[in-house]
Ligand binder design. Sequence first.
Ligand SMILES: Nc1nc2c(ncn2[C@@H]2O[C@H](COP(=O)(O)OP(=O)(O)OP(=O)(O)O)[C@@H](O)[C@H]2O)c(=O)[nH]1
Ligand SMILES: [Mg+2]
Ligand SMILES: [Zn+2]
Length: 308
Amino acid sequence: MKPEKHGKAALIGATVIASYGRHSLARSEDQTLWQVFGKGKRREVAVGDRILIQPSGDNQAWVEQIEARRNLLYRSDAMRSKLFASNLDQTILVLASSPPYSTELLGRTLIACQTAGVPLHIVFNKTDLLQGENDRKDIEKRLHQWTHGEVPIHFLSVRTQAEQAKELLQSLLKNKCSLILGQSGMGKSTLLNLMIPHAVAATNEVSIALNAGKHTTTHTQMFEGENGIRLIDSPGFQAFGLNHLSPDELKDAFTDIAHQAMRCRFANCQHKQEPQCAVKIAIEEGELFAPRLQLMQLLLDEIQTTHY
Ligand SMILES: Nc1nc2c(ncn2[C@@H]2O[C@H](COP(=O)(O)OP(=O)(O)OP(=O)(O)O)[C@@H](O)[C@H]2O)c(=O)[nH]1
Ligand SMILES: [Mg+2]
Ligand SMILES: [Zn+2]
């Protein structure tokens, strides 16, 4: 549908479906793809943003307005936080036992999703590599130290039990927009291809629309499948950006530590060398998981070096 002309062309509603660094691509309701450019303060858009665009040429348009976002995640790009994905129903973190998953990514994902108000699910892939029930119990126990049982864990094998995996994923993903995350080798692409078989073709379509060629490194893209499944894939994803958080917001997100810290002798206790530190005592007594404190201190250092 071409915009009507009333002196100035009418604005068109669209959704941002891909972002390659400075280039973004949006799809309007009539399925037209637009290469979109921000102006001034509205420069940056996130995949998932609902926007109003002003056509400026062949399939090119200015971003005139970004609708209020339901939620927003940032990614970290060499010391800077960049907009990443918005209006998500959930994040799916894909883990596996081989290659070993990164607990740091798990910890960061928990904090990023919690502070952004995005529900998190763990999909533990490659169960065919596990030895049995005991392995699974072990994994659950180790994940529990980070999630405190607040994150559902779904075990499956996308490659060797594809039908079962598909059924489970259908019910998890239907009518939702889900961000798929996980480090290299966990099986994200295998999962994406299982749920949205035309994903490769869609990637090519987007590359052509952006004249992006094959030399694009960071990009994030939304794929639409059957049953209202929308998946956001981001090959090359490195880390979440958390620099928009204040130290207090970050501390509050570690609810287990915050809970113990109320009993520290000093109100501003850093849980390092201070006497009568309730957090250190809780760790010694096995009530608190030491890597949680290490991660919190690492993240606090990171945001403080960028804030000051
Ligand atoms: N044994 C086993 N291997 C799997 C399973 N799912 C995926 N794989 C394999 O794991 C390897 C990595 O899978 P990918 O889907 O490419 O992983 P990815 O997460 O997309 O990795 P990057 O694209 O590098 O980020 C491939 O060789 C897959 O065939 C599974 O359920 N079991
Ligand atoms: Mg992949
Ligand atoms: Zn303390």
